[in-house]
Design a protein around this ligand. Structure first.
Ligand code: FAD
Length: 564
């Protein structure tokens, strides 16, 4: 089961040879005293990352039961959905970050934080090698390691350039707070350069051509923010070049926002067309230089060049090198992302959990398990189950694998529900297991893995902390249907994602939203819904007040275009 008891390990920080860290060894992992006055060492839980997944774990875990240590190169949590607003000064960078130490101080037990980056996960020896995030020469070689009983990998993902030549050198990314700050100064640089004397009109146009690569939510939101920034603020400050500004959005798919409902894609495309944002779909960027970007039209194969002043690359995420190295160690080299089971345990590696953007739940294995469960239910090897047996097994499977509910019960699984009827539409008495397998494989091909979003990451962090908090209780009284308890795996119900909808702000105080129950909402009222949801989701009252006051300041005074 996911939280198997482990032998206790001694020592927390080892190696490093650094005085500053050696001193801290003495106080790390000091054992608590249990009610019998026997010394009991708490299990060591090491958390890598303080993003959505890591922070949500830390906020909910009962730190009085574990020796929790958290490692991240950034000593803050960043509210990433507002990063596009930081690029244009709608919201200040400091308004969307919260220091990790403030977050962990509020917890019941002590949580230790190290500002360091994980450079290697050594699963065989159950430790992680870290490099401190410092260039202080007095520290020497700032490397050290931590031992763990349980490791939680929540280090997110990195930008994916698809090895496109020139992207790393010539494009901006929009992943971290620093990226957003750099974009903010670069946009103003483009305007200040464009108004310098002695430039030809062609050079001014080039400087004021802003290209966004990637028509997903981040690219679209940035394009909308930039358009608003120009229309509402910059046009008054740089009237001499207002007719030369152009925003282009390049998307390889046929539509922007293609992960949203079709109505939202259409709404966004129409709105951008009205706003004069040039959306080029079905195009792939083949290279980027400091002055131009080469684009290939996928249908015709022809390549054309676009001069640019600034390019923002936002085409999705890839695996971080430390995770890739770990995947090679544990036999997952052929996978795209770190694969976990439904309890978020890394496959092939006991006591390591992976949550958030760095991981994905193995959907294929779930389908194989389900088929095996049906086969096991066929105790007389007749190849069939009675309809009552079939329904019982389906009900139990839904409790054990809640994520397949919609496929086993809803209209998506017409093929499976059809198994309960004969060709004339009458109820069958028996269900053929081979027919069921075939129907399930069709459904499997329609299923998608969970999206890499803050919503998924935060829910996984909360789920995992609840499992950690209730470990002893659930060992005594396992959760889930009796049918599965014999396998000794199911003390906890597996992770279940609840989708609360998603937003796409489109500028001009308009937004689109996909809400639960296939509801779609667009327009000004949706933008107000966006304001209230994002204000309520802030990690602390401090950031909530800062963000709301930034929005108010922007309404009254406009955005600040100083280049500082
Ligand atoms: P992250 O939040 O990226 O956190 C990773 C953490 O790991 C960071 O603290 C990092 O410093 C740390 N780390 C990195 N490397 C190491 C290392 N080697 N060792 C230790 N620690 C390390 N999602 C939504 O649901 N809604 C939105 O509106 C939305 N908007 C977005 C807008 C932008 C501009 C971006 C970039 C993303 C947006 N997302 C949104 C996606 C969302 O931010 C991610 O899905 C989410 O951040 C994933 O959380 P995570 O904890 O897995 O990773």
């Amino acid at each position: 089961y996911p939280f198997a008891p482990q032998l206790l390990l001694l020592g927390t920080i080892s190696g490093g040879g650094v005085v500053a860290y050696a001193e801290s060894q003495s106080d790390v992992g000091s054992p608590p005293i249990d009610s019998n006055q026997n010394e009991v060492k708490k299990k060591k839980v090491v958390v890598l990352g303080t993003g959505w997944a890591g922070t949500s774990f830390l906020k909910h875990v009962d730190a009085s039961h574990y020796d929790v240590q958290v490692v991240s190169p950034r000593n803050y949590f960043a509210f990433t959905p507002l990063l596009p607003s930081v690029t244009c000064g709608t919201v200040e960078a400091r308004s969307i970050v919260e220091p990790v130490r403030k977050i962990i101080k509020k917890r019941s037990g002590e949580i230790k934080y190290y500002e360091a980056e994980c450079i290697k996960i050594d699963a065989a020896n159950k430790n992680v090698h870290l490099r401190a995030n410092t260039d202080n020469p007095l520290i020497g070689t700032p490397e050290f390691s931590l031992e763990y009983d349980y490791l939680i990998v929540a280090i997110g993902a990195q930008v994916n350039t698809f090895n496109t030549p020139g992207v790393k050198e010539n494009c901006h990314f929009l992943k971290e707070v620093e990226d957003a700050q750099k974009i903010r100064t670069s946009v103003i640089d483009c305007f200040e350069t464009a108004v310098l004397p002695g430039l030809s009109e062609e050079e001014r146009r080039r400087n004021l051509h802003f290209v966004i690569v990637g028509g997903g939510p981040t690219g679209v939101e940035f394009a909308a923010e930039l358009h608003d920034y120009f229309q509402e603020d910059l046009v008054k400050l740089y009237p001499m070049v207002k007719d030369l500004v152009k925003i282009t959005l390049i998307q390889s798919g046929d539509h922007i926002l293609n992960m949203f409902d079709e109505r939202i894609s259409n709404f966004a495309e129409t709105k951008f067309q009205r706003d004069g944002i040039d959306v080029q779909t079905g195009c792939r960027v083949v290279s980027v230089s400091d002055k131009e970007i080469k684009v290939k039209v996928k249908s015709k194969g022809e390549v054309y060049s676009v001069p640019h002043g600034l390019v923002v690359w936002s085409t999705g995420v890839g695996t971080r090198p430390v995770v890739r190295d770990f995947m090679e160690q544990i036999g997952q080299a052929n996978r795209r992302v770190l694969v976990t089971d439904e309890w978020l345990r890394v496959k092939g590696c006991d006591d390591v959990y992976a949550i958030g953007d760095c991981a994905t739940i193995d959907q294929r294995k779930i389908m194989e398990d389900i088929v095996a469960i049906f086969a096991a239910a066929d105790t007389d090897n007749s190849g069939t189950l009675t309809v009552t047996e079939f329904r019982d097994v389906v009900d139990d499977i839904i409790i054990r694998y809640p994520q397949v509910e919609q496929y086993l019960k809803s209209k998506h699984l017409q093929d499976v529900t059809d198994l309960l009827k004969d060709s004339e539409g009458n109820d069958r008495k028996e269900v053929n297991i081979e027919e069921f397998k075939l129907a399930l494989s069709l459904v499997d091909s329609q299923r998608k893995s969970l999206p890499a979003t803050a919503q998924v990451a935060a829910q996984q962090g909360t789920y995992l902390s609840n499992c950690f908090n209730r470990r002893e209780q659930c060992e005594a009284i396992p959760e889930g249907p009796r049918r599965f308890r014999g396998s000794g795996q199911h003390h906890f119900l597996p992770f279940r994602y609840k989708h609360f909808g998603q937003f796409a702000p489109l500028g001009g105080e308009e937004a689109a939203a996909e809400l639960p129950g296939d509801w779609v909402s667009t327009g000004h009222s949706t933008q107000w819904l966006w304001y209230s949801v994002y204000a309520s989701k802030q990690v602390s009252w401090r950031t909530r007040v800062l963000v709301v006051s930034d929005w108010t300041r922007r309404f009254i005074f406009g955005r600040d275009s100083s280049r500082i």
